[in-house]
Design a protein around this ligand. Structure first.
Ligand SMILES: *Cc1c(COP(=O)(O)O)cnc(C)c1O
Length: 442
């Protein structure tokens, strides 16, 4: 480094840390984050990307934007409502408030009136039972997979779980339900064929097997069509009741009552009314709440699960319990709103954002339920069509916007974006187009 090297003008760490605005950010971010930011900015000045005279301001700016966590909020412009890679269901404002309230000391296991210990999560249990009166009792655990492990362990460890070959599913990221069940020490008793399973197949298994439970799985993410047959819950209920074996229905998506928009998606109330003894569902799919496994059903079965030692290992976190209660008792969560978004209103919003951007087209675009739910159901809507190369700039901008890249185009769908963020999206798209040079190939 020569005397005239501009790098000599880069402010030293101790000088930067003595700036009150920089040092006071430590209360919010912690010392380590401050030092990391200082070093990142100094490094970029050393590489010649930043004028050394601007280092101090750049550190202040970076700290003002910095969060302690590395997770970045993303505006979901894909039209996919339950987006697995974006954390599935976004929480409602009511649920976010509840999480904040529960984040300190909270009466999650305490009755403040008597001063004695109370049942953990009893308010959430009550909210589940109000939302699904067909259930005798309810239990919330860590996630759907945990609910499945708890149910099969408590009901069938060392015994058989009867399952149709047409329902042996793999969901995202190579997760096979059947591997999970076998990991509990239960044995799979496969019945029927891939496309056709009859009541008599189950009856035969019940007659000669050592059956712990019969499991009916909703194959959330695919459909078998053509020459098919399956035994319904109502068909099975009589046979399992006669054999004294619990009938467990893994519904997946977590509708508690039927949704006319999704006629093929099973719901907990209907499954229980049809005769399922126990229903398993996820909390962060169509229910629109936090990650959770929901168990609903027979009072004594739920008690068996709740008192099993494994229940402690899969118990729900106080934040999730609070968010679930608020999701069930508060205003409809975003998932419900986005799923039922009116196509005409979506079109008007999309056109207004498009005209704020200028020079872009609005095209019809189907949204999706996502999260492995209702695979065949399109959600009619609209999108702004951009050149494909705008996608990277949108994803890496601040705020990050995730568009759908399809057929050589970058599509911005407003279905899953709060109305209040429309102007933010328009500005993000304008910046993205500016940065890639908005040719007319889109
Ligand atoms: C999603 C799903 C699960 C797993 O639930 P998680 O909450 O993701 O653990 C289990 N079974 C079915 C049918 C599902 O769709």
């Amino acid at each position: 480094m020569t005397r005239s090297d501009p790098r000599r003008r880069i402010p030293r760490t101790d000088h930067l840390l003595s700036d009150p605005e920089i040092s006071s950010a430590a209360a919010r971010l912690g010392d380590q984050v401050i030092r990391d930011v200082v070093r990142e900015v100094q490094d970029s000045a050393r590489r010649g990307e930043l004028d050394p005279d601007h280092v101090q301001d750049a550190v202040r700016d970076a700290l003002a934007r910095r969060r302690v966590g590395s997770g970045r909020p993303v505006l979901n412009a894909t039209g996919v409502v339950v987006h697995t890679n974006l954390g599935r269901a976004p929480l409602s404002p009511a649920a976010r408030d509840a999480v904040l309230d529960a984040s300190g000391y909270v009466d999650v296991e305490l009755d403040l009136v008597s001063g004695t210990r109370s049942r953990r999560g009893s308010a959430t249990r009550a909210a589940l039972l109000r939302a699904c009166p067909a259930a005798g009792d309810a239990l919330m655990v860590n996630n759907g997979a945990a609910a499945m492990v708890l149910a099969t362990t408590a009901l069938a460890a060392g015994r058989e779980v009867v399952i149709s070959r047409g329902e042996m599913i793999e969901i995202g990221a190579g997760f096979r339900l059947t591997d999970l069940i076998e990991s509990t020490g239960a044995r799979l008793r496969e019945v029927g064929t891939t496309n056709r399973t009859h009541l008599r197949d189950y009856v035969a298994a019940l007659a000669d097997g050592d059956v712990g439970c019969v499991l009916k799985v909703h194959p959330s993410n695919y459909r078998v069509s053509g020459f098919t047959a399956e035994a319904s819950i109502a068909d099975l209920a009589e046979a399992t009741a006669a054999a004294g074996v619990p009938l467990v229905a893994d519904l997946g998506s977590g509708l508690l009552v039927p949704d006319p928009m999704l006629p093929d998606e099973p719901d907990a109330s209907s499954a229980l009314t049809a005769g399922a003894d126990l229903v398993i569902a996820s909390g962060d799919k169509l229910l629109g709440g936090p990650q959770a496994g929901i168990l609903l059903g027979d009072l004594e079965l739920i008690a068996r699960l709740a008192t099993h030692p494994l229940a402690r290992a899969v118990r729900a976190d106080k934040l999730a319990l609070a968010a679930m209660e608020a999701t069930l008792t508060g205003p409809a969560p975003p998932v419900t709103e986005y799923l039922h978004a009116d196509p005409d209103r979506l079109r008007a919003r999309t056109e207004s954002v498009a005209s704020a951007i200028g020079g872009v087209d609005v095209v019809p675009h189907d949204g999706r339920v996502g999260g492995g739910g209702a695979p065949g159901v399109p959600l009619p809507g609209w999108a702004i069509r951009l050149p494909e190369r705008a996608a990277h700039a949108l994803r890496t901008g601040v705020p990050a916007v995730l568009p759908r890249v399809h057929d050589g185009a970058c599509l911005v769908d407003l279905r899953c974006i709060p109305h209040a963020d429309d102007a933010t999206v328009a500005a993000a798209v304008r910046r993205a187009l500016d940065s890639v040079g908005s040719g007319s190939d889109g």
